[in-house]
Write a new protein. Structure first.
Length: 234
């Protein structure tokens, strides 16, 4: 396959969507795969921009037709990535970014083991709860029960960080954008198959700072705020 497949995952409220929006502005030749979902639209969301919004019946027809690279049931709604986006990006020689959950990442890594996966952690449970409450107030939609459910789900999701290649703790947005940019460009350079310039080597070194093995201590400090320990690496 030509082009690199990137996977980014995070608990709801970790700032992943903002990071994805910003990285697409600063990294050229990086396409974004818009997922399909059966959940209702929120606020100003548009079909084909945030998601492709389809019925549960249509989604299940796509499952039966093996149209998805990955799919999962999250909070009672289906989410899935169509295989055609991967094939289309490969034909154009473009890199592709998938914004998917931990269930989807496991499925994709089986099919595309060379994919580069990135997990975004919030700085702490307290910060995550604050972000969720602010978003709830802004949308005027999420109830207390939904917030608590998302916090509970976040606890389960972040235990899976050892399954990812890179870890990013999103406590300062500009720094996180720079780190994500270094990861994306670093992967390109490592796979370039040529000698790197000193500037290019510096980018690769910056990306290595966020490798899972170099982020374990920081990640574990985040998990402690959730009173958790990491799940065994698969």
């Amino acid at each position: 396959m030509s082009g690199i497949l990137y996977i980014i995952s995070a608990p709801s409220g970790s700032g992943k969507s903002t990071l994805v929006t910003e990285i697409r502005k600063v990294v050229p030749e990086l396409e974004f795969s818009v997922s399909y979902t059966t959940r209702p639209r929120r606020g100003s969301e548009q079909n084909g921009r945030e998601y492709y919004f389809i019925s549960r019946e249509e989604f299940e027809r796509m499952i039966a037709s093996d149209d998805f690279l990955e799919h999962a049931d999250v909070f009672g709604n289906y989410y899935g990535t169509a295989q055609r986006f991967l094939h289309e990006a490969a034909k154009r020689g473009k890199d592709l970014l998938l914004d998917i959950d931990v269930q989807g990442e496991k499925q994709v890594k089986v099919k595309v083991p060379e994919a580069a996966s990135i997990f975004v952690l919030p700085p702490s449970r307290q910060v995550l709860e604050l972000r969720l409450r602010r978003r709830s107030e802004a949308e005027g939609a999420d109830s207390e029960g939904v917030i608590q459910r998302r916090l509970h789900e976040a606890s389960k999701e972040i235990e899976n960080y050892p399954n990812y290649d890179y870890i990013l703790v999103n406590d300062q947005l500009e720094l996180s954008i720079d780190q994500l940019k270094a990861i994306v460009l670093g992967e390109r350079l490592k796979r370039a198959g040529r000698a790197l310039t000193p500037d290019e080597q510096a980018i690769v070194e910056r990306s290595r700072a966020n490798l899972r093995e170099n982020m374990r201590e920081k990640a574990e400090s985040v998990l402690k705020t959730f009173q958790l320990s990491a799940a065994p690496q698969r």
